[in-house]
Design a protein around this ligand. Structure first.
Ligand code: UDP
Ligand code: MN
Length: 801
């Protein structure tokens, strides 16, 4: 027992000694370690933090952009929006002051500043006359040649149900009452003269129409003045009626509109079934604005004014916000057919358009849309579209869950024969919902709109006119802003076009000023647009299908605007913004519906599909801007692209380089980040690839063996060979580049810090840098040292920094 105790005591002493010794050893070690932590290693640490921050910043930027709903970034601080109507109006405010932008050329200041677009000379459409209790009260006051002098115009011969403001006479003929609230004076088709109307191809029918009297516009394609001529080239009969009647049209008023010459739709010549024939009759754009009469001037939000919420209603506003991610409470108070200010440039109302424009099917896809905004969207189309051009409105319900969007909607819409509802049996997403709408559409042109818009006066004809002039034109209205907070209608800056930035992020940008000057552009001229915002556009139906419609492999939402934009431009079409066509849209911070899968992943995957099919060699720019992870086939499946690639071949579409050079030349898209010689500072020699291995040589720009690229994939490469570590050691070899392999990637110039000139291996977690041996015969991967000149590399040209 004693022995054991003694032994324990003895071994306890030993243990105590070992313990004390290790503590001392540890302390000593720490001191040594501390001493060895010189400036350099703290630099490295800093560098590493910077690098990691850099990656995560890029990632979060992408995430943020995707989350923001990048299709409509007008809520950005720097985006110019101006209230069309300042609200609430004080007694001294004149709505007229803010109604519209003058038709004159844009001056420099108004391009640069927002809110400068009011013109004092603008003519009022409505005069605010009275204010009660702070709320705006407006009366619609007739102009000098007011409605009482105006003759009724019946534009509704296409089966459209009567609005309440219309009356039926005993003969069951639909007419419009003499005083037609909401119809803008003097804006109807100035068919002042006698015209010949053709009913069918051979069947002619002569009708006299006197100036200012009731005019019936027959169904599109039927009521056209015709004159027969032969088109020598195409050997087809072209008919039109020019001569007397034509000359009397008010052509002076619209210097920019096409002269009444014969315009065949592009592509008609190929179609033998079309013996016809575009006829040259023209009329002033119809500025219809029907509404339930009488229009309640006192209504909340009337005339696009900001609506006020009393402070005790704040809680209710908050409560209902989530239903649509905008002020749903207010929206429900605003009339579903409210008036909005006519924000078109002044000259737009004078423009002439052809009498025989194609008809359109307006397609609204929606999922859990707010009742009042959906209705307002539909009414704005019914009330402000020439009935003979509006074939139908198709509402595609993308499997909404809200009860009121089922029977209640059916019942409400049954009052409007032109409205059809298509119900999808499962959630398809915006893209496939649009395809479903297009599949049943009967109009010649498809017009896609979001389900929370308000189409402005005269919005439709300018769009259809462009399609008429060339079926490969894809016109978009100017998208104005309906405030998500106060529901006011705001106009946006002129000369805005849709663009994208890497990695395929949609944005708006003003046309360069020199471009405007050089082309002597006015505010109403169509604007060529590299990318459309996506929500609102018209397209010839046949052409849409010729282009293969949308890639049906795109899911839910996002990227489809890029896809269709690239496809249109690269396969022979054009995208334009038409300033004379304006549609307000509620921009909201968040989507009010659920994404079946993760939102970000859905959008990324859609974009990757677009990049793979359309971007050619430029797809590296997409992946290189924070989307490298999409290249990992093990974790990301972007689906089968065979059909899309085939389609592109079949359509003989041009290259993405052609698109950049011709459509978006101001876009910077260098194919590599840097290129040329790779100079090593320590060795003062250049990297060379000789006989399949790397070496150093006297720098010589004329030697191809010394030319390397530093790519968006962060590869240091020559042809398809990448500088990569060899095996597990520190040696180097060339390997066939593989985008999925992180060992082929090097950080270089990724920050301005101490390691900017180094080539830092991405695949190792601690800092390892590419280093030239002092004799110039070796290449190693060594721990990074900020001051080691043998680790510093310089390319001849840098394109991004
Ligand atoms: N939409 C749809 N199914 C979806 C997602 C969207 O039908 O899965 C509809 C939506 O209701 C809206 C249009 O597509 O009418 C465009 O969507 P959203 O307004 O959210 O896009 P944003 O304007 O934010 O780009
Ligand atoms: Mn929208």
């Amino acid at each position: 027992m004693m022995k054991i105790t003694r032994y324990m005591r003895g071994s306890g002493r030993v243990l105590a000694f070992v313990f004390v010794a290790s503590v001392v050893w540890l302390l000593l070690d720490m001191v040594v370690l501390r001493m060895s932590m010189n400036d350099e290693s703290s630099q490295l640490l800093k560098e590493r933090v910077i690098r990691e921050r850099e990656i995560s910043k890029q990632q979060s930027l992408v995430t943020q952009l995707v989350r923001q709903g990048f299709k409509h970034p007008v809520q950005r601080e720097d985006f110019g929006v101006t209230r069309a109507v300042k609200g609430p109006l004080g007694p001294s405010n004149k709505v007229a002051h803010v109604y519209r932008q003058g038709g004159q050329k844009q001056d420099k200041n108004s391009l640069l500043h927002r809110g400068d677009r009011r013109t004092k000379t603008d003519k009022p459409k409505y005069d605010p006359v009275e204010h009660k209790g702070g709320a705006a009260v407006q009366k619609v006051t007739p102009k000098q040649d007011g409605p009482s002098k105006k003759k009724a115009v019946n534009l509704d011969l296409n089966g459209m149900k009567l609005e309440k403001s219309r009356v039926k006479d005993g003969s069951n003929k639909e007419t419009v009452p003499e005083v037609l609230p909401g119809v803008h004076e003097n804006k109807h088709a100035p068919l002042q003269t006698s015209v010949k109307l053709q009913k069918g191809k051979n069947e002619k029918n002569e009708t006299k129409v006197k100036a200012g009297t009731e005019v019936s516009l027959l169904e599109a394609g039927k009521a056209h003045p015709v004159k027969t001529t032969k088109s020598p080239k195409m050997g087809i009969e072209v008919k039109d009626v020019v001569g007397k009647t034509e000359e009397k049209h008010d052509l002076k008023a619209a210097k920019e509109t096409p002269k009444p010459t014969i315009k065949l739709q592009a592509g008609d010549s190929k179609d033998n079934s079309l013996t016809a024939v575009r006829k040259p009759g023209v009329h002033k754009v119809l500025s219809l604005d029907l509404t339930d009469a009488p229009r309640d001037a006192n209504a909340v939000g009337q005339f696009g004014q900001a609506a006020l919420v009393a402070s005790h209603e704040d809680a209710e506003v908050k409560k209902r916000w989530g239903e649509g991610h905008f002020n749903v409470f207010l929206s429900d108070k605003i009339p579903v057919d409210r008036a909005v200010p006519d924000t078109r440039p002044e000259m737009c109302a004078q423009n002439l358009v052809h009498d025989d424009l194609p008809s359109t099917s307006v397609i609204f896809c929606f999922v859990d849309e707010v009742w009042s905004t959906l209705l307002r969207s539909v009414h704005s189309v019914l009330n402000r579209s020439p009935p003979h051009l509006l074939k139908e409105i198709i509402l595609v319900d993308d499997f909404s869950t809200k009860d009121n969007l089922k029977e209640q909607l059916d019942k409400y819409m049954s009052k409007f024969p032109k409205v059809r509802i298509v119900r999808l049996k499962e959630r398809q997403g915006l893209i496939r919902a649009r395809l479903a709408g297009a599949a049943v559409a009967k109009g010649e042109v498809l017009t896609f709109l979001d389900s929370h818009v308000e189409c402005n006066v005269g919005w439709l004809e300018p769009l259809l006119e462009r399609v008429y002039l060339d079926r490969r034109k894809v016109p978009c209205p100017v998208i104005e802003v309906i405030s998500d907070k106060d529901m006011s209608y705001m106009l946006v800056d002129n000369f805005q076009r849709g663009i994208f930035k890497w990695p395929l992020v949609f944005g708006w940008s003003a046309l360069p000023e020199e471009h405007i000057k050089k082309n002597n552009m006015t505010v109403s001229d169509p604007i060529r647009c590299p990318v459309m915002a996506g929500g609102l556009f018209s397209i010839d139906k046949k052409y849409f299908y010729e282009l293969g419609a949308y890639d049906p492999g795109l899911d839910v939402w996002g990227g489809e605007n890029m896809e269709i934009s690239f496809k249109i431009w690269m396969c022979g079409g054009e995208i334009e913004i038409i300033p004379c066509s304006r549609v307000g849209h509620i921009f909201r911070g968040e989507n009010p519906y659920k994404f079946p899968k993760d939102r970000q992943k859905t959008v990324e995957r859609n974009l990757a599909r677009v990049a793979e099919v359309w971007l050619d060699e430029y797809k590296d720019l997409f992946y290189g801007h924070g989307y490298q992870h999409l290249l990992n086939k093990k974790t990301v499946n972007i689906g089968n692209l065979t059909d899309q690639i085939e389609l592109r071949k079949k359509l003989k579409c041009k290259s993405f380089k052609w698109y950049l050079d011709n459509v978006y030349p101001d876009m910077k898209a260098p194919l590599v980040k840097a290129e040329g010689l790779v100079f090593n500072r320590g060795l003062r020699k250049c990297l060379a690839l000789q006989n399949g291995s790397l070496s150093f040589d006297k720098c010589d720009l004329s030697r191809k063996s010394q030319h390397f690229n530093y790519t968006w994939m962060r590869h240091v490469r020559q042809q398809d060979l990448c500088v990569a570590p060899h095996g597990k050691g520190s040696g180097f070899a060339l390997q066939v580049c593989d985008n999925a392999k992180s060992e082929h990637r090097w950080f270089h110039k990724s920050s301005n810090s101490a390691l900017a000139e180094h080539l830092i291996a991405e695949f190792v977690s601690n800092h390892m840098c590419l280093e030239a041996g002092p004799q110039g015969d070796t290449l190693h991967l060594n721990p990074c040292e900020t001051r080691n000149a043998f680790q510093k590399w310089q390319f001849t040209h840098y394109y991004t920094l």
